[in-house]
Design a protein around this ligand. Structure first.
Ligand code: GDP
Length: 807
């Protein structure tokens, strides 16, 4: 049945309605505990839904639910949104941005930028570049050659996005004149550049293979980059090769006609992922369909989208051919953005040839680029590359290291964000791995890092306003983010070495700020007279203050325990807490059986009461108060339960975590009503296959990276056996991610293991191995739950970390 679709006939009438009924945006943080509600109502027009969704998606907000109603001339939409970490949107800048962007997009206004004094996603609107658009067959090395030619022609790539899907590739690059930043003004030069690029791309294709390349100058009303990528891929017919579903996670599309109302009802069931709604709505809009009603929801990792649509001319989808065409296009839209390969986040100084050099490294090492997103922020270039080997498989670790080193030689800083290969596929779903199963893959280390940096930078004002409380030898400068968008924090650190020099390297720039608030010194104990000093960052998480230090407890108050000569020998570096002058450390300030110096923050270390507060499946379900916490981590059988038992002196506490169903959860115990001891799942079951051993990581890693109240991790290492790779891997991972750690050696009472090594020899070997990977030696302590060795010392150490954090 044909039915005319009529609200958008007259643009002048549309703008009049718009002025009479300007859009209203209501942001509600009260109605739901776990998300922010964004309600929009406005006069209707074609494309308005996409504008709304785009405004939210550009902020990288996660839309978990949406109800859309735009029948007649009125548009009403409700979005349930969170940030990438699953938190509500409370940042006033972001709220203001959402309100303004939705209103301004409706009015076609540019007032947004000025009113916020911020720049948001300029790469979608900037006029200062020439745009290169290309579609081609997906070929390793092509992007590298294109960028090399551009570099030869003295063109600089200021931003680039490329996707690959179904053997096809599409790419948009913003190109500037190297010598005269801005678009390529000279049309002859632009033609020359295009001709050269055409030659290169043509050489990569046979006569039967399709490709396209186009260079355009700045135009007004530029299309949103990601929408444009969808359009390019759709025009390139990447959907023709659609395989109807990525391994194990098919996208199911059904279309029915609702005769009474003359709608076609489109149902899409797919794996959930960020920006899914944007991709679907984008494609429907570009296929000239109008959405009248829609309901979007997700359950676990599956997303459900239901759209009541008509063609723009008012028709429903009547023929089978039409239905097949839209089905293919929707599946392609849903799956296009699914990334494969290892994600490498790269940050570097902005310079010409950068993209060319980086992509050359990939090409020379036989890696294929599955996806790229790279942009310039002032003097910095920030980008992420998803790479696979030439056959599309995962890149092996050795190769990653080689590539990383080569890029670092070029002056870039590389973060390998994830060991898993796809933001969709969980190749070997594990029943233990609830988090991964339940949740769409929203986070990567890169995303987390950026959001962490942003959070930190916005919080820094408070810290910065207390300059007298900062250690003079370190200085951190964090400018507020230039935009609420997570990728644009401007952050720089200046750490002054004790010699007065400035350390300002990229690695430092990429590290979370709160762990680097101090520059302290490690002094060598052996011989004590030759205490060499090195600048290092104290691995504390702290809200930084030196006010009202708790009373000092000298080591003489602690029970003396005997340690062997070997253990003394391995104490080559000391952990010196804040407020302690390394020059004034005396032997009796060092906790026996450890490298830990007691400082002025030591406080009450008695455990008076303990309460089990509950188990959490996901980091975001953990208790939400501000109490400091310590996480206990270690290989299964390391003696974790026994140590918890010994620390809190309550058998049932440790047993709680051992109950069936709780061993894979994050278990919180509240101590003295003031701090938490957190029992994390054990890792590396002796008989488990290698792949399953680090299963804990998906949610435990999330916990480490997200938990703001985490004061430190107690990494338990069995001293009765020689060092295990899995423990070293874990220690290295924590170190790499700047998570403060104390190594707690367990079972130190055992005199000898079957291989004849004593605990202190094993401890020494472990320390030697850790030393290779750590510039700064973490605090360590020997314990035994059987004899009580180290128990009180460990509690004292925890008290000083806690008090420091608390103040
Ligand atoms: P978890 O799996 O890490 O919680 O380890 P448990 O606390 O259950 O301990 C595993 C095994 O090591 C048990 O047989 C304990 O008796 C033993 N164990 C734990 N701590 C010590 C210790 O300090 N000394 C000795 N000799 N054995 C210990």
């Amino acid at each position: 049945m044909a039915m005319s679709y009529g609200p958008y006939v007259d643009s002048e009438l549309e703008s009049l309605i718009d002025r009479i009924h300007p859009p209203r945006v209501c942001i509600d943080n009260d109605s739901y505990q776990d998300c922010t509600i964004v309600k929009v109502d406005s006069a209707n027009k074609h494309g308005i839904l996409l504008e709304m969704v785009q405004a939210l998606t550009d902020l990288d907000l996660v839309i978990s639910k949406s109800y859309i109603c735009s029948d007649g001339r009125w548009f009403m939409d409700v979005f349930h949104v969170t940030d990438q970490l699953g938190d509500k949107i409370t940042d006033k800048n972001i709220i203001c941005y959402i309100q303004q962007s939705i209103c301004s997009s409706r009015r076609g206004s540019t007032q947004l930028k000025t009113s916020l004094s911020k720049e948001i996603r300029t790469n979608h609107t900037s006029m200062e570049h020439t745009t290169l658009e290309m579609t081609s067959t997906d070929q390793p090395g092509l992007l590298s050659e294109i960028s090399a030619v551009l570099a030869e022609l003295k063109c600089r790539v200021s931003a680039a996005v490329a996707w690959t899907h179904n053997t096809r590739a599409a790419c948009i690059m913003h190109v500037q004149d190297d010598s005269n930043p801005g678009s390529i003004m000279d049309s002859h030069r632009a033609d020359r550049v295009q001709a050269q690029l055409v030659t290169v791309v043509d050489a990569h294709h046979t006569n039967h293979q399709r490709w396209s390349l186009r260079l355009t100058g700045p135009t007004t009303g530029q299309t949103h980059t990601e929408r444009r990528l969808h359009q390019l891929m759709m025009a390139d017919k990447d959907y023709e090769e659609t395989t109807y579903g990525t391994k194990g996670y098919e996208t199911i599309v059904t279309i029915e006609n609702c005769r009474e109302k003359a709608y076609s009802v489109l149902n899409i069931t797919s794996r959930d992922r960020p920006k899914l709604l944007f991709d679907t709505v984008c494609t429907l809009t570009d296929l000239q369909y109008v959405v009248f009603h829609a309901t979007i929801s997700s359950k676990g990792s599956v997303a459900f989208q239901e759209y009541y649509i008509r063609q723009k001319d008012g028709h429903t989808l009547n023929s089978e051919i039409q239905r097949q065409a839209i089905t293919r296009c929707i599946i392609a839209a849903v799956e296009r953005r699914v990334t494969h390969g290892l994600r490498l986040d790269i940050r570097s100084r902005n310079r010409s040839r950068l993209l060319s050099d980086v992509t050359r490294v990939f090409r020379e090492n036989g890696l294929s680029i599955a996806r790229v997103e790279i942009g310039t922020h002032g003097e910095r270039v920030v980008g992420s590359f998803h790479v696979t080997d030439a056959c599309g498989h995962n890149v092996d670790r050795g190769m990653v290291e080689v590539v990383k080193k080569e890029i670092e030689k070029l002056g870039g800083m590389v973060l390998v964000s994830s060991e898993s290969s796809s933001n969709w596929s969980v190749d070997e779903p594990s029943s233990n791995n609830d988090e991964e199963e339940q949740r769409p893959a929203r986070l990567s280390l890169g995303t987390l890092l950026w959001s962490q940096l942003e959070r930190l930078s916005s919080k820094f004002h408070t810290l910065n306003s207390q300059p007298e409380k900062r250690n003079k030898s370190s200085e951190i400068i964090i400018s507020p983010p230039t935009s609420p968008h997570r990728r644009s924090p401007s952050l720089s650190f200046r750490c002054h070495s004790s010699a007065g020099g400035t350390i300002n390297n990229e690695a430092t720039m990429l590290m979370p700020a709160r762990t680097r608030l101090f520059t302290l010194r490690i002094s060598s104990l052996l011989p004590s007279s030759s205490s060499s000093s090195l600048p290092f960052a104290l691995p504390f998480r702290s809200s930084i203050s030196h006010s009202a230090p708790p009373h000092h407890v000298s080591a003489t108050k602690t029970p003396k325990i005997s340690i062997s000569d070997t253990a003394k020998f391995v104490r080559t570096v000391l952990f010196i807490p804040p407020g302690t002058d390394p020059e004034e450390v005396t032997d009796d300030m060092i906790l026996p059986g450890s490298n830990i110096v007691l400082g002025p923050y030591v406080g009450d270390a008695k455990v008076k009461e303990v309460e089990f507060m509950g188990s959490s499946v996901r980091p975001k379900d953990c208790p939400k108060d501000d109490r400091p916490e310590f996480a206990m981590l270690g290989r299964s059988n390391v003696g974790k339960s026994s140590l918890i038992n010994s620390l809190v002196r309550k058998k049932e506490v440790a047993l709680t975590s051992k109950k069936p169903g709780k061993t894979q959860l994050i278990n919180h115990f509240l101590v003295n009503k003031s701090w938490y001891l957190v029992d994390l799942p054990g890792y590396g079951f002796a008989n488990a296959p290698e792949s399953a051993r680090m299963d804990w990581s998906s949610f435990t890693k999330g916990y480490f990276l997200n938990r703001e109240t985490l004061v430190g991790v107690l990494l338990l290492v069995d001293a009765s056996v020689p060092p295990k790779k899995i423990d070293l891997d874990c220690a290295n991972w924590l170190g790499r991610n700047n998570i403060p750690m104390t190594i707690v050696f367990t079972k130190c009472d055992k005199s000898k293991n079957s291989k004849g090594q004593r605990p202190d020899e094993n401890i020494k070997s472990f320390q030697e191995l850790v030393k290779e990977n750590y510039k700064i030696h973490p605090p360590w302590i020997m314990t035994s739950s059987a004899t009580g060795l180290g128990r009180d010392e460990l509690l004292l150490h925890m008290s000083q970390l806690r008090n420091y954090w608390d103040n």
